[in-house]
Design a protein around this ligand. Structure first.
Ligand SMILES: [Cu+2]
Length: 332
């Protein structure tokens, strides 16, 4: 499988860096002590420490792919009434972390979603919007190993179905159920197990994380979103005491919808077709982390820009152009 090649290359690079310089003890007290902002649950805190974070991300999509090939909206409208042209998904996140011990950090996340999608239908354009509370997350990070400038973390948690899955949008004078990507949540409790490996040298740091999203049962609209598997690896260079730059590779695999929402017409739009939701995507991210000191000690800012370098989509399905993640963090 192609993705295991990617994983091997990433691990190979990481091991090369590792064999060079390793500092005595891993510390989060440097700008690259937190992973690039697109990586969640990448670090633990010291006993009694709290952290709050606000994050905003925007994923922009345009164009349609079937497999890796582009498909025109005209061709899609031979099989569907409408063809999606593009979509923007804005996600705001509020996160709280607390460490009851040096080994265990607990975390919770709330999300707010804002999505808009443009479609072409019989030569006319239409747009729809959905907005509201997304799914929530409760979980933790357990520090299993901490030696030789490296840490091994065990991630665990559950995504709670607080996001709506019955968002309707007006279309041609009627209220119609918006497609799967426009819904605000999964509608199911989702287990999110994972593992994170971190390493640090004098000027470099690196890490890798594997994370799964496993959907339990089916939701109130009689379907289950596909499981997701995410593998990412990064390297960061500390340029000054307050600034680091990062590069990151990410491989994501996501399954098709099992079952179907009876309120959606799968012939209407590929976004409402349960067979057109799966695929896999390889992405490259570049980012910057800033750690403040003095009067602003405890504050951090981070920015990451992520772009696909390869997509294979069960299509026709909208292709991702880019994702931008901006975050502010405060620990005390
Ligand atoms: Cu934190």
């Amino acid at each position: 499988m192609r993705q295991s090649h990617v994983a091997n290359v990433i691990l190979g690079i990481a091991l090369l860096i590792l064999s060079g310089t390793v500092s005595a003890h891993w510390t989060s007290d440097r700008p690259d002590g937190h992973a690039p902002m697109g990586v969640m649950a990448d670090h633990v805190h010291s006993r009694g420490e709290w952290m709050v974070a606000l994050q905003h991300s925007r994923m922009s999509m345009s164009g349609l792919r079937d497999g890796s090939d582009w498909v025109s909206p005209m061709a899609v409208q031979e099989d569907y009434h409408a063809a999606p042209l593009g979509m923007d998904m804005d996600m705001s996140m509020l996160m709280l972390m607390y460490a009851p011990s040096d080994r265990l950090t607990l975390m919770g996340m709330l999300h707010h979603m804002d999505s808009s999608m443009e479609s072409a239908m019989h030569g006319m354009g239409s747009s729809m919007e959905t907005s509201g509370l997304g799914d929530s997350f409760l979980g933790g990070i357990y520090k299993a190993l901490d030696a030789d400038g490296q840490q091994l973390l065990i991630n665990f948690g559950v995504s709670l179905p607080t996001g709506s899955i019955d968002e309707d949008v007006p279309m041609m004078g009627m209220d119609m159920r918006a497609g799967y990507p426009m819904q605000l949540g999964s509608g199911t409790y989702d287990l999110m197990p994972g593992m994170t490996w971190l390493g640090q040298g004098d000027h470099w740091s690196w890490g890798a994380q594997a994370m799964a999203t496993l959907r339990l049962g089916s939701n109130d609209e009689s379907y289950t979103l596909g499981d997701e598997f995410n593998l990412t690896a990064w390297a960061a260079r500390r340029l000054t005491s307050w600034l680091s730059l990062s590069a990151r590779l990410e491989q994501t695999q996501f399954g098709n919808v099992d079952g179907a929402d009876p309120a959606m017409n799968p012939d209407m739009n590929p976004a409402a077709d349960p067979r057109n939701q799966g695929g896999d995507r390889t992405q490259l991210g570049v980012g910057a982390n800033i750690q403040f000191s003095g009067a602003l000690s405890g504050h951090r800012l981070g920015l990451e820009y992520i772009e696909p370098i390869r997509e294979r989509l069960d299509g026709p399905q909208m292709s991702v152009d880019s994702t931008v993640v901006l975050a502010w963090e405060l620990a005390w």
